[in-house]
Design a protein around this ligand. Structure first.
Ligand code: DP6
Length: 411
């Protein structure tokens, strides 16, 4: 191995990036080459204090080839991962600036010189990849953000970085911003440069929004999003109808609800859109099942809860897996968590990521009428049906971390 020397130093940057959970789902590609969607989508970026990917990007003339480590293990990239990885690295590197020394103000690396240096990327999630919690969104957002920091890259138009992240994984483009984020499908321009994420409101606008995530055990192997979408696009007429006639109206409705902090409308649209996404999965031939019996029991519990409350206090949404994400408001979070803990018993220590909220929920006295209503329609699930519960909220986009955070200490 060639080691770095004073004339071939290592340049590096470390960032953390968030996951996001869609309220209006992205399902179906218009172009698989550009990785663009058939409809707009909208999500909430989650707090990195609870769920995050941390990535260090480094480069040096002394490196011999590009390399990638995930959670400490080197990854041998297959053709599909390599295409995604290259789109991100080459895309951001093309927007690089000269690197100027802080003290001497001399150019130490010219824009074009970056291309002569292979990159080493190390990435780490603080949550299990297998839990199916949008790890690709956080991962590719962190990859892009770390490269932006490394190369001090500049956008030529707003949203260009998100257009690059989208080529890593579609949902990743929305993780480049905080708060509620829309991904505009685009398609007016031939190169799809208009398929970009756009912030709707930042995380401060509707601070009261909370998310309670139920990690549902999933023993069967699920269909990957990419593969699932491909089959849905070619076989589901419902998906075609949804993209053309349903989503445009829903995007307007949900953006208005968010602007006005109207949880009733927000929650209803979110639940209906999750249901329609899973209906398109069932309409796919052969059908795809992402929700399982535990997921369906969460749906019932939420509807019983809302009916009892005579308002929408919680709204579920499910991605390409059985995990339930429940959106609620700060004032109902403990009540909702108490309900969750009653019907999905704890498996052991660390079942709820936030011990303070857990304590409050354990001590919370659910109203008799609610317990009665739920008991009529729901049964207490077996221990282990839900593996873990994350309580979290909205948060900002990627953050640059100091040099002392480099992950290369660990690989
Ligand atoms: C159901 O972004 O993982 O979570 O672009 O093929 O990498 P690729 O797909 P991906 O799909 C996410 C699908 C979803 C809905 C959503 O996040 O909008």
């Amino acid at each position: 191995i060639q080691l770095p020397t004073p004339s071939t130093p290592i340049h590096s940057a470390t960032v953390s990036a968030p996951t996001n959970i869609a309220c209006i789902k992205y399902w179906g590609k218009a172009s698989s080459h550009y990785n663009t969607p058939i409809n707009d989508s909208l999500s909430l970026t989650l707090d990195q204090a609870d769920l995050r990917a941390v990535t260090t990007a480094s480069c040096c003339k002394c490196f011999t080839e590009d390399k990638l480590w995930l959670n400490g293990k080197e990854v041998q990239m297959n053709a599909s991962t390599l295409k995604r990885f290259r789109a991100c690295v080459d895309g951001i590197r093309a927007l690089a600036s000269d690197k100027v020394d802080d003290i001497t103000h001399q150019i130490v690396v010219t824009r074009s010189e970056w291309e002569t240096m292979p990159v080493h990327i190390a990435s780490y999630n603080n949550f299990p990849t297998a839990a199916g919690l949008a790890s690709s969104a956080a991962g590719y957002a962190a990859l892009v953000a770390s490269l932006v920091a490394l190369y001090d890259a500049r956008e030529e138009y707003p949203g260009q970085f998100s257009a690059i992240a989208r080529q890593g994984s579609g949902s990743a483009c929305r993780s480049l911003y905080g708060g509620f984020v829309a991904w505009r499908a685009g398609g007016e321009r031939e190169d799809w440069s208009d398929s970009i994420a756009e912030p709707v409101v930042d995380e401060m606008h509707w601070e009261e929004i909370r998310a309670v995530i139920l990690v549902v055990s999933n023993k069967e192997k699920e269909t990957s999003s990419t593969k699932g979408m491909e089959t849905s696009v070619t076989t589901s007429r419902l998906l075609e109808y949804r993209a053309k006639h349903v989503v445009p109206q829903r995007m307007k409705e949900i953006e208005k609800a968010i602007q006005e902090k109207d949880f009733e409308s927000f929650g209803k649209v979110t639940m209906m859109d999750s249901n329609q996404f899973h209906a398109t999965c069932l309409d796919t031939y052969p059908p795809i099942f992402y929700m399982n019996d535990v997921s369906k029991s969460v749906v019932t519990m939420v509807h019983v809860y809302n009916e009892w409350a005579e308002e929408i206090r919680a709204a579920y949404t499910f991605d390409a897996g059985p995990n339930a994400v429940l959106y609620t408001l700060e004032k109902y979070q403990v009540e909702l968590l108490a309900l969750v803990l009653r019907y999905y018993p704890e498996v052991g220590e660390g079942y709820v990521n936030n011990s303070e909220l857990r304590k409050e929920a354990m001590e919370f006295a659910l109203e008799a009428g609610l317990v009665e209503a739920v008991e009529k329609r729901c049964r207490v699930r077996d221990i282990g049906d839900v593996k873990m519960v994350y309580c979290t909220k909205g948060g900002p986009g990627p953050q640059t971390l100091g040099d002392q955070c480099s992950l290369f200490e660990f690989v």
